[in-house]
Ligand binder design. Structure first.
Ligand code: XMP
Length: 512
């Protein structure tokens, strides 16, 4: 990897968005929290510029986050955004005060000095997005004001004689209509990044570095059928071929036919994969358990046992491959510490320790959509790349109450009808995640001349970007009606279908 932009995170909700925007320009960047900054020399790539993020704090707070700005200013181009800009202004002797009114929302950028590289090609009065409680009231001689708004005296400034800037608006959000131009000006024209970070280059450089790191060692990797583990496997396969041993476990909680279908796809992709049917072990461990976290623990425990036993059949494995992606990495070292709002996706936490293996994570610098792009470059089939997310504990957390083989079978049938219909009606790709929940109640119905007392299922389909927030999908009534009829007419044991219209928050996507 040749070059990158370093993003210093002061805890803003928008920091990841800055990284996404920079990467959309085909420039690699990394986010590091202000209190765990690496030295420039220790980074593998050459740092071409630094972006200082916003923050929920005020520079006036006693415990406001600070960094040694002199490590960067004058040596590299720096762009301070919001809090980052206020920090630069204050350190230079500027006046930062609480705004009289909290400046939040759309504003028009005026008196733009388009001769300055950062603001080149911007339209006068272009709309920008503001979100700050403090404002830079005045700047000293060493800084030059290069844009204002009707209420903000210093919307943008340049440090004289340097390629460093501060802006009080957020170029990374789409409400800043020409925000992308500002970021492009900084990254491409000021930092002179080559814009050569593409999925092809990522594959090429990652494969080379995996080969160097792993050499002739063997790697074992657990496949789940999901995008991340599949792409991680293909990258490793490209790097080390048959020395990659994949294990795909059937826990009996997958979708209908999923195990056989996905295993066949993996074999077609040339992967060295063993499929392990362990459904009885999982059902035994789950018998009588109704508590969701207990279910997760039992499944995690059995998975480790099964995986470990299978991995021991391979002689002299040194590495465990994992499909960890960048948001998990950022989350685990974030300014605030790991967030409590996200359910852990590491259902198999503890696996590396138990197996005494070194961990290799080829996707740990990528966001989810970038993983899909890399997957396309690797020619992974669409049916795997476009697959909805599916939780590690599978149908176990979609069967409320205890798990029996019979309930799994009913849910698999119902889920199969819903998902197949979404695909048939070309709705599958408009939905971020869909599934069905089997409720722990029975309801009265009537079929022919008889009253029935049978199961109730809830359809769930959401739109989302990353699963952190979600809205229920407004699927057409006719479609829902068709799905309901088909389920009730074909699946014995179900006589009522409902549709979940809750958003997240306050609900969650899964019911457990
Ligand atoms: P919630 O229900 O928290 O789900 O809104 C957010 C996303 O996470 C998935 N999920 C899990 N994935 N193990 C997983 O691997 C789990 O225990 C788990 N719980 C929830 C869920 O399917 C959704 O995509």
């Amino acid at each position: 990897m040749s070059e990158m932009i370093l993003i210093v995170d002061f805890g803003s909700q928008y920091t990841q968005l800055i990284a996404r925007r920079v990467r959309e320009l085909n420039v690699y960047c990394e986010i590091h929290p202000f209190n765990h900054l690496p030295s420039l020399d220790s980074l593998e790539a050459q740092v071409k510029g630094v972006i200082l993020s916003g923050s929920p704090c005020s520079v006036k707070d006693e415990d406001a986050p600070h960094i040694d700005l002199q490590a960067y200013l004058g040596k590299l181009p720096v762009l301070g955004i919001c809090y980052g800009a206020q920090l630069i202004a204050e350190k230079h002797g500027g006046e930062v005060l609480p705004s009289r009114i909290r400046e939040y929302g759309r504003a028009k950028l005026s008196k733009i000095d388009t001769h300055k590289d950062l603001l080149k090609e911007l339209t006068q009065d272009t709309q920008v997005w503001m979100s700050h409680g403090d404002t830079i009231n005045s700047v000293p001689e060493s800084l030059e004001v290069i844009a204002k708004t009707p209420t903000v005296a210093v919307a943008a400034f340049k440090i004289k004689g340097q390629d460093s800037y501060g802006i009080q608006f957020h170029p990374e959000v789409t409400h800043s209509v020409e925000g992308k131009t500002v970021l492009r000006n900084f990254v491409v024209h000021i930092c002179k990044c080559a814009q050569d970070w593409t999925p092809d280059i990522f594959v090429e450089t990652t494969v080379a570095s995996l080969q160097q790191e792993i050499g002739n060692d063997k790697v074992v990797l657990g496949l789940s059928g999901g995008v991340d583990s599949s792409v991680a496997a293909m990258l490793l396969h490209k790097a080390i071929g048959k020395n990659l041993h994949c294990i795909f476990v059937d826990n009996g909680l997958l979708r209908k036919n999923e195990f056989q279908d996905v295993l066949a796809s993996y074999e077609d992709m040339g992967l060295n994969v063993s499929g392990v049917d362990a459904h009885e072990q999982f059902y035994q461990a789950l018998a009588g358990i109704s508590d969701p976290e207990e279910k997760r623990k039992a499944i995690g425990r059995v998975f480790i046992e099964v995986f470990d036993a299978e991995a021991h059949k391979i002689k002299e494995v040194k590495w465990l491959g994992q499909g960890t992606i960048y948001p998990d990495v950022i989350e685990s070292v974030s300014v605030k510490g790991p967030s409590a709002t996200i359910k852990s996706h590491h259902n198999v936490g503890g696996l590396p320790e138990k197996m005494h293996l070194k961990v290799i994570e080829p996707l740990k610098t990528l966001f989810k959509d970038e993983v899909r792009e890399v997957g396309k470059t690797l020619e992974i089939p669409q049916n795997i790349l476009q697959r909805h997310p599916f939780p590690g504990p599978g149908l176990a957390i979609r069967i409320l109450g205890d798990i029996t083989e019979k309930k799994v079978r009913i849910l698999q049938e119902v889920d199969h009808i819903f998902i197949s219909k979404l695909k048939e009606e070309n709705l599958y790709n408009d939905v971020w995640q869909a599934g069905v929940i089997l409720l722990p109640i029975q309801s009265v119905g009537v079929m022919g001349d008889e009253r029935t007392y049978e199961g109730v299922v809830s359809l769930r389909a959401v739109t989302s970007v990353d699963g952190m927030t979600a809205d229920w999908c407004h699927l057409p009534y006719e479609f829902l009606s068709d799905v309901s009829n088909e389920i009730i007419n074909n699946v014995k044991g179900v006589n009522r279908v409902v549709y979940d219209i809750s958003s997240k928050p306050p609900a969650t996507i899964e019911w457990e």
